[in-house]
Design a protein around this ligand. Structure first.
Ligand code: GDP
Length: 446
């Protein structure tokens, strides 16, 4: 997401590099470039205008910094303005003082509400909550089933007393679910509501009735980032028809332009709270304007990466590994290598992970061509080795190599390559361990 915008801005800033001082003409030219970049990224025109105006004013103004060169100053200003447009500070969920906290989802059909309910359920559960998903989308055939499946997968509660054949009363379901949550000790209720393919009065009325019945602590407007500029119109219609407290952008994985996302928060005055970027339950995260801005500017999103790593690697495991390495590099075996690789993979797809790293924007094509199956291949090779070989790979000679290659269905050169990579990783890790740092994450294939 935001790839085009990111590429454009990076190119613009490159032009500024090396300039000792920026003339008004330089700033004009840069502003023009940024304007084109934003419009190409599908950002709404009023948002672009406001943005450019701010950047220009500030760049021309007296913000002289001794620490930054002129180009860096412009990047800093653009970054700060981007953060502002994306909503400023991270908007966290407001939990009710007296549970259950009620979160209502509203949006067009196909926006991703039902999928989101599951993701939200899992996310809340991971934070120690006991969420209940409530099926109030009784219009779309199969929505009730889908929510039931999603709840099961997320390991959270489900309240779905009505079949989804269009006859039930969603307002009653919503109202009853709160009582149900109270008696069963669920502390967050996530209400999935019906959407239509386009905005229509009937849908708005139903959503408003559900809202009045459950009085949500948070109403989230769910919008598909791929619908482009329509996102802004739809958001305005929902703001006026039902009202909402926060925005959830979905399908950011499919939208290389992403400008609609930049516009929705600004136009509606409601902040983006979550972003969805895939169909799997884990393809989801709280939205942090500062991190997103730094990603757009090609500065990477190291904080999110670290958070993901922290969720995946337990401290215990990290300490165990550090202890091993402290005893000497030989303690780190191919079994450890394999287990680390599998942990890295648990964090998500390699290309998504690498996309969060600074500077990776420039090598996006290579990233996209990373073959995730490489990890499987590496695992297969290691699993074809004997325990002795895994513990001490130096014993792997020509005939062993040939046997391993046969066993895992790869070329001999692939086995050789892997063992070399392993030794390199081990060298690097023991260096890091001596430096007192955390063990790294070797095993990135390719
Ligand atoms: P609802 O009608 O608003 O409940 O929408 P659904 O939750 O049924 O989602 C509609 C379609 O979009 C489904 O096929 C989902 O798998 C898909 N979907 C939802 N969120 C995402 C996302 O973040 N990325 C992608 N690629 N697909 C998504």
């Amino acid at each position: 997401m935001f790839d085009t915008l990111s590429d454009r801005l990076t190119a613009t800033f490159k032009n500024l590099r090396g300039k000792g001082r920026l003339s008004e003409a330089d700033i004009d030219a840069t502003a023009r470039e940024i304007r084109i970049a934003l419009l190409e990224a599908d950002v709404a025109l009023p948002v672009v205008r406001a943005f450019i105006k701010q950047v220009k004013e500030r760049a021309l103004g007296a913000e002289v910094s001794k620490a930054l060169n002129p180009a860096q100053q412009v990047v800093k200003i653009v970054n700060e303005e981007l953060v502002g447009i994306l909503g400023g500070e991270t908007r966290r969920v407001r939990f009710a003082k007296n549970p259950p906290t009620v979160i209502m989802l509203a949006g067009l059909q196909g926006a991703g509400k039902t999928t989101l309910a599951g993701k939200l359920g899992r996310w809340l559960k991971a934070q120690g909550h006991t969420p209940l998903l409530v099926a109030c989308d009784l219009q779309r055939p199969n929505a009730v089933n889908q929510l039931t499946v999603v709840a099961e997968r997320a390991g959270v509660g489900i309240y779905a007393p009505e079949p989804g054949n269009g006859t039930g009363d969603p307002v009653k379901v919503a109202r009853d679910s709160i009582e149900y949550a109270r008696t069963k000790q669920y502390d967050v209720v996530v209400v999935d509501t019906a959407g239509r393919l386009g905005i229509d009065e009937e849908m708005m009325r139903q959503a408003a009735d559900i809202r009045d019945a459950v009085r949500p602590d948070e109403t989230l407007f769910v919008v598909d980032a791929m619908i482009g500029q329509d996102a802004v119109n739809t958001a305005e219609a929902f703001r006026d028809g039902v009202g909402f407290d926060g925005v959830v952008l979905t399908k950011l994985d499919g939208d290389a332009r992403g400008g609609a996302a930049l516009s929705v928060a600004h136009v509606t005055g409601r902040r983006i709270m979550f972003a969805s970027n895939g169909e799997k339950l884990d393809d989801f995260d709280a939205f942090h304007p500062d991190r997103m801005a730094s990603r757009i500017l090609g500065m990477g999103d190291v904080l999110s990466l670290i958070e993901k790593a922290e969720q995946t690697f337990s401290r215990q495991e990290a300490e165990k590994m550090a202890e091993k390495l402290a005893k000497g590099p030989k303690e780190f075996t191919l079994d450890d290598f394999l287990s680390q690789m599998e942990q890295v993979r648990k964090m998500g797809s390699l290309s998504k992970l690498l996309g969060m790293m600074p500077g990776m924007g420039q090598i996006r094509e290579q990233i996209n061509s990373i073959d995730e199956r490489d990890v499987d291949r590496t695992a297969a090779i290691i699993k074809s080795m004997t325990p002795a070989e895994r513990t001490d790979p130096t014993i792997i000679n020509g005939s062993r190599r040939a046997r391993i290659a046969r066993g895992s269905g790869v070329d001999v050169s692939a086995v050789k390559n892997l063992v070399e990579r392993f030794f390199e990783a081990r060298k690097m890790m023991s260096k890091m361990a001596q430096g007192g740092g955390m063990p790294g994450m070797p095993g990135m294939p390719g």
